[in-house]
Design a protein around this ligand. Structure first.
Ligand code: TYC
Length: 113
């Protein structure tokens, strides 16, 4: 039985050159999140703010009362963190609801760090 000649395999033309990509930063990013902030004022009734937090942010009465008091005492609080689209919708709902009831309540959004 004749021996087969022993030959090296040349990999230089394979499509397996992983090294080329190892220093390339993956370009997929998580979408940015946005904090929705509620601001204090001297005129909006406390119970109206509690109602807003229950209605638009799904809080229980106790949670809503606690957050309302935080805004009242500290001037501002984050009431939720959402995608850009959902945050914009929440801000619009709160501002519209406050305007319709003639309260000066202010709600804004800012990008999370
Ligand atoms: N400061 C208001 C008052 O004393 C109550 C209030 C709380 C208003 C939170 C706005 O986002 C607010 N009636």
């Amino acid at each position: 039985m004749p021996l087969q000649p022993l030959m090296m395999t040349d990999h230089s033309d394979d499509d397996t050159d992983a090294g080329v990509l190892t220093k390339t930063k993956p370009k997929t990013k998580r979408p940015p999140r946005y904090k929705v902030l509620l601001l204090n004022d001297d005129y909006t009734p406390m119970e109206f703010v509690v109602m807003v937090l229950e209605r638009f942010f799904g809080m229980t009465h106790a949670q809503a009362f606690e957050i309302m008091l935080t805004v009242h005492k500290k001037g501002v609080a984050v009431v939720g963190v959402f995608s850009h689209e959902i945050a914009e919708t929440k801000v619009g709902q709160v501002m519209d609801f406050a305007r319709r009831h003639q309260h000066p309540l202010q709600c804004t959004m800012e990008k999370e760090e």
